[in-house]
Design a protein around this ligand. Structure first.
Ligand code: ADP
Length: 498
């Protein structure tokens, strides 16, 4: 039974493993045959070579999306919803193969990859419905013989640029609301993980989503700026939706200024994770492990600074370190693995630098701290104690399996420390003191706050940040607003005949 299931999954995997870009409903190579390699970070082996597209292909994709927009926006919301539901069903049906592909190109454990694929599908399902509830308004008139009507319209062609850490769900979180609202999309997936994007496009094609409505243009890191320039400056593109680093977000924002594009930016974070002495400690330990080590610490909302109140610090540090030591590190496709490889050598280098910097400033190594024997891109889950604000971990995203524990005295001190960052994406705290829960939740300058809970993302909830963590929200009815223009109609001359 096991073998036949694997054979089915493996045939499915092969059929979803695409090595062309998807433009205007066709699978296309780069004209001069330029390609780049996609490698498995666990093994270092090449999985596929995909087209290294540039300016010309990006232009073709934008123009195709512009043509497709004319008829896609005319469909009833219910008709667009049907396409999206069919896409969702196909993603769910192929979840095992999609998870295998995701894990192969990105490294995360299979169970996590499957979770991501299904949460990505849930975005599509949710927006298939929500697209039918983009209600306008009538507003009490300011003129006796006129009426005021507010209509909602799709913004037009949307450019989406996505990162490698969630190669599947970051795509559906943008594409599903865009398509539901009547927009068409050109997507440039991350160079490390284009295969999940292409597999999603194959399923969108199978779902019958018309040519040009959803386009995927793959590009290497070298060509990304060229493609990005077309996507942020072409007058047909009316909105740019980006998830990635604050640094690249600023470049795209500057470029988008040339044509005043709408922008949604989901950028970096440096999440504080606060444990007050009233917390349910075992629950806080579990939460911190989940938040910190999911996806090997490569999530923009993962705990970066773990603040523990004096009275419970030692106990927390002991329980937490014990659990971290027990985490199972290895290739994502092996049973029981909890922490996979990091995405590339640059990620390993950054993690090492953050550890060295912390130790140089007096941090104490409680476990881990070095490379892992599973392979060059594996790193030992690491805990550092006695962390301080001068350290790089306090200011920069570590994006790896390193947990830094900071000691604090009281609520006022920790809220000040928690907010002392340019970022404002996610924050977490554990407390059973109801007054404190509301005081701290309101004082934290963040777009999302997890209170006694580490897992924030859901299709129905608004995901996004403040400060340098971004603009706009994804998910929920707030998320669809980012793809909608408001049009005000003043209908005059309505007075009755004399
Ligand atoms: P990370 O640091 O997580 O790799 P990046 O911000 O570098 O995040 O990358 C996120 C996405 O932005 C990827 O798809 C990448 O190819 C793309 N990207 C990077 N630089 C540019 C650029 N100059 N223009 C357009 N896209 C870019």
């Amino acid at each position: 039974m096991k073998t036949s299931v694997s054979a089915v999954v493996s045939a499915d995997y092969e059929s979803l493993l695409r090595s062309e870009s998807y433009i205007d409903g066709a699978w296309v190579a780069q004209e001069a045959g330029r390609r780049f390699a996609v490698t498995n970070p666990a093994s270092g082996l090449v999985i596929a070579h995909v087209p290294d597209m540039g300016r010309d292909e990006a232009l073709r994709a934008v123009e195709a999306a512009g043509r497709a927009f004319v008829s896609w926006r005319q469909l009833l919301a219910r008709e667009r919803g049907r396409y999206l539901r069919r896409w969702n069903e196909l993603i769910v049906t192929h979840a095992d193969a999609l998870a295998a592909l995701l894990s192969a190109e990105q490294g995360k454990p299979l169970a996590e990859a499957r979770g991501e694929v299904l949460s990505g599908a849930a975005n599509v399902e949710w927006f298939a419905e929500e697209g039918q509830r983009i209600y306008g308004d009538t507003i009490p008139t300011h003129k006796a013989d006129a009426r005021v009507i507010v209509m909602k319209e799709p913004v037009g062609v949307v450019a989406a640029i996505t990162p490698w850490n969630f190669p599947s769900s970051m795509i559906t979180r943008k594409v599903a609301p865009a398509l539901a609202a009547g927009c068409t999309v050109v997507l440039k997936p991350a160079e490390d993980t284009p295969l999940s994007a292409l597999a999603l496009a194959a399923l969108a094609q199978e779902a019958g989503i018309p040519a040009g409505v959803f386009n995927v243009v793959t590009a290497s890191l070298t060509s990304a700026p060229e493609v990005g320039e077309v996507l942020t400056t072409h007058p047909l593109v009316r909105k740019v939706s980006f998830t990635g680093s604050t640094e690249v977000g600023k470049i795209l924002m500057r470029q988008s200024a040339s044509t005043i594009k709408r922008l949604s930016l989901e950028l970096g974070g440096n999440a504080p994770f606060i444990i007050f002495d009233s917390a349910d400690l075992p629950r806080a330990v579990e939460g911190a492990i989940g938040s910190k080590f999911r996806n090997a610490g490569q999530t923009c909302i993962c705990a970066n600074r773990i603040y523990v109140q004096d009275r419970v610090y030692d106990e927390f540090a002991r329980l937490f370190t014990e659990k971290v030591k027990a985490l199972h590190v290895g290739p994502g496709d092996q049973p029981g693995v909890q922490v996979g490889p990091l995405i590339n050598q640059a990620a390993i280098d950054k993690v090492k630098q953050h550890i060295q910097d912390a130790q140089a400033h007096g941090a104490k190594l409680l476990c881990g701290g070095g490379s892992h024997e599973a392979g060059p891109l594996f790193f030992q889950p690491t805990v550092l104690g006695d962390m301080a604000s001068v350290m790089r971990v306090s200011r920069e995203e570590t994006f790896g399996p390193v947990a830094g524990l900071f000691r604090f005295r009281d609520e006022a001190e920790v809220t000040r420390l928690a907010n002392d960052t340019a970022y404002g994406l996610a924050a977490y705290f554990y407390s059973r003191d109801l007054g404190q829960v509301f005081r701290v939740a309101e004082a934290l300058e963040y777009g999302m706050v997890g209170i006694n809970e580490p897992l924030l993302a859901a299709a129905s909830a608004p995901f996004g940040g403040v400060k340098e963590s971004g603009i706009g929200r994804e998910g929920s009815h707030y998320g669809i607003n980012d793809f909608i223009n408001i049009k005000y109609l003043l209908v005059g001359g309505l007075s009755s005949p004399a």
